[in-house]
Design a protein around this ligand. Sequence first.
Ligand code: DAK
Length: 257
Amino acid sequence: MTYSTIRTEVHDRVGLVQINRPKALNALNAVVMEELAIALEEFDADPDIGAMVLTGDDRAFAAGADIKEMADASSVDMLKADRISRWDRIRKINKPVIAAVSGWCLGGGHELAMGCDMIVASETAKFGQPEINLGVMPGAGGTQRLTRAVGKALAMEMVLNNRNLTADEALRYGLVNRVAPVELSLGNAIQLANEIAARAPLAIRFAKEAVNNVYETFLTDGMADERRSFYFLFSTEDQKEGMKAFMEKRSAEWKGG
Ligand code: DAK
């Protein structure tokens, strides 16, 4: 399969998937999300692969969903485009997926990393949910997964007031597994993935599922509520203003409508 926005490689028993839209800081447009889902599903089905690593580049893991693609969308457009189904496909991958994060890891990019099973961060990684700056809110698990990972106090500050976390803070608050120097972090993630890939595949599969179930039991309702609210925000003036202001490189003027 030839991809236009991602690259794939195999390292022993690990499938590496790299988001490759460097000029847009790896913003997650529909093509990226579709290609990510296909590549991860292919590795998931490949018996020679035991785990995956998902990465970006040194400047950005991903600076969020593609604002330019969403800016003019209505609530109905967002719902009908069925964008969330690709996120759900990634969530259903059976083999462990480790995110190797350097640079910006924001919005949907942060939600994608949190949707992986572990995160290896480089010292330059910056984690945040800046959707509030655009007149919207997290829509792919951010409010739910982040709060479960770091607790309510910090999650509120990140979601309501765009507080970013450094790699060391993310390690301290339990959002990431390890922090490594930038030049070593991807290799470190691949090595960790290969160690896991060398273990009993079925046990790994069920163990991953069991750990994730701790969250899933209480997560579903929260995710559904979050998604409805996220779609609703695309009917507000402030969403249009926030995304337009981003593209015009100016501060947004909020109307509260
Ligand atoms: N989308 C589109 N383009 C982006 C982008 C993004 N998220 N982030 C960066 N870019 C583009 C910039 O527009 C710029 O393009 P040109 O102007 O050169 O054409 C290029 O990448 C380089 O960015 P900057 O020039 O801004 O670089 P700086 O180093 O100055 O700043 C930055 C880096 C990361 C602080 C800044 O780029 C920034 O604030 N980016 C936006 C971050 C953001 O707000 N992310 C959240 C997006 S909203 C859904 C569920 C969830 C979502 C969507 C749908 N469903 C349920 C369906 C998620 C939503 C989001 O993630």
